[in-house]
Design a protein around this ligand. Structure first.
Ligand SMILES: NC(=O)c1ccc[n+]([C@@H]2O[C@H](COP(=O)([O-])OP(=O)(O)OC[C@H]3O[C@@H](n4cnc5c(N)ncnc54)[C@H](O)[C@@H]3O)[C@@H](O)[C@H]2O)c1
Length: 449
């Protein structure tokens, strides 16, 4: 059994070096807990250099990974080749590793409160296998303080070990961008932090071996936690600002994208675009910050209002579409509308927290007959998650068409194509601002945010 980690000592660097060489020589192993969008690519990257144990509670997902398939559909089968990794759904196997990385989901519940169940569950699993000298690094997005205040007590209780004396922790947020084949995990600068200097050096060393973009050592675990949560909160607030502009400018009869293009000629104008904010990061992470802040007695104004505006966009878009139908002398209850795209962003299969679904539901509430088509989304998942049925192919005779997601397939559609599937004059809701309005014929409408 390795000796307990001491908090202070003159030979910190030497001990960190010895520890690192134990991982590099594969005497010691690394576990990755939670093999989803974040955990699996990370585990496979680590498995190029280290001995890795990949653990997930889902036995069916583990079976797929064992046969070289990424259940999230992001990685090619050859990503699994020549990797030193053992996939397991048995938490007891975590005892074979001394450096644990936790990458489980951190969603919100129906009342938009952080749902820490997966994170605390993973802490229980790791805690049961924890041994003196071990390091646990959390990658899941959380609020500042979560690692040390919520996870560490579970690790202590399950292991019977003392934090800071027998084991230490780190936090290193993941910043991957789903669907982005260019900025893969190794090419994104990695923020790392540790509960003491030695831990920080080991965490930096391990990530430094696989991340070519470089390592940034944050001042503390809380700083690293806060840095991640504000990256996405900042995007949310910035998008909410342009979404609000879109609502205002519509009243004024001004096209928001024309305004943004003009304002963008100033060197310091930030190029944000209006749109639906869904998915499991930008629209979720601010609630973690809100939750912690409110708990501490400060009720945030800017962050909360940004969330409110972005969450209101589906209802705004649906109302605008129904008004456009009425303006075209069409009864919404007898109208057939095609919605193209349901995933939370372009060219991915991920349908979690899709705001397009909210648009569809709003339209259905108005009695509109909506047909939903997305070549990237799984019809089964859409049926299971949202109770909606997708059409297998694009039909004809639509009273309006909504392009909700900028999938590559839809970007290549021409106005002629849209005209050919429209019942009457073209009414196109171009939520991503893809199509050229200059080519419009009289009476045709391309609505955009
Ligand atoms: N997906 C992204 O693009 C992204 C980017 C940056 C940060 N993050 C953050 O990374 C974390 C993970 O997100 P994700 O998208 O990879 O989630 P995910 O839903 O794709 O994957 C999570 C995996 O964890 C497993 N799991 C759940 N509970 C578990 C437990 N108790 N023990 C072991 N395995 C468990 C699930 O079966 C699943 O395979 C979240 O905190 C998220 O906010 C995600």
């Amino acid at each position: 059994m390795p000796p307990p980690v001491k908090l202070n000592g003159t030979s910190t660097q030497l001990r960190a070096k010895q520890e690192l060489s134990a991982y590099r020589s594969k005497d010691k192993a690394i576990s990755v807990v939670g093999l989803g969008y974040v955990g699996l690519p990370l585990a496979l990257e680590l498995a190029k250099k280290f001995r890795v144990i990949g653990f997930d509670i889902s036995a069916s997902r583990i079976d797929m990974m064992r046969s070289g398939h990424d259940p999230s559909g992001e990685l090619e089968p050859d990503s699994f080749n020549d990797k030193d990794i053992t996939f397991t759904a048995d938490a007891a196997d975590l005892a074979g590793a001394s450096f644990h990385i936790v990458a489980v989901p951190t969603p919100v519940d129906e009342s938009r409160t952080p749902n820490l169940k997966p994170l605390l569950g993973a802490s229980h699993s790791v805690g049961k296998s924890l041994q003196a000298g071990d390091i646990v690094v959390f990658e899941s997005t959380v609020y500042p303080g979560c690692t040390e205040e919520d996870c560490v007590p579970i690790l202590e209780a399950e292991s019977g070990l003392t934090y800071g004396q027998d084991f230490t922790v780190g936090y290193s947020p993941e910043r991957i961008n789903p669907g982005d084949r260019e900025h893969t995990v190794d090419k994104i600068l990695k923020i790392v932090s540790g509960s003491d200097r030695e831990t920080l050096e080991i965490v930096s060393g391990i990530y430094g071996d696989i991340i070519t973009a470089g390592i940034y050592e944050a001042a503390s675990i809380k700083v690293a936690e806060a840095a991640k949560v504000i990256e996405n909160s900042q995007r949310d607030v910035n998008i909410s600002f342009v979404n609000e502009l879109s609502i205002i400018f519509r009243q004024m009869g001004i096209d928001t994208q024309d305004v943004l293009e003009a304002a963008g000629t100033k060197w310091n104008f930030l190029p944000f675009r209006p749109g639906l904010v869904g998915g499991h990061c930008i629209s979720v992470d601010p609630y973690y910050l809100l939750h912690k802040s409110i708990k501490l007695g400060y009720d945030p104004l800017v962050i909360a209002s940004g969330r409110r505006i972005n969450d209101r966009m589906p209802a705004f878009i649906a109302k605008e579409l129904v008004q456009a139908l009425l303006k075209a002398d069409k009864n919404p209850k007898r109208s057939k509308v095609l919605v193209l795209g349901v995933t939370f962003k372009e060219n991915v299969a991920d349908i979690r927290n899709s705001k397009v679904v909210d648009v569809v539901r709003e339209l259905m509430d108005f009695g509109v007959n909506v047909q939903l088509y997305d070549p990237h989304a799984s019809p089964n998942e859409i049926a299971h998650e949202y109770g909606l049925t997708m059409v297998e192919a694009i039909g004809t005779g639509y009273d309006a068409i909504v392009v909700a997601v900028a999938h590559q397939e839809f970007k290549s559609f021409t106005l002629a194509k849209f005209r050919s599937i429209s019942r009457d004059t073209l009414l196109l809701f171009d939520l991503k601002g893809i199509y050229d309005r200059k080519a419009l014929q009289p009476d045709e409408v391309i609505w955009r945010l």
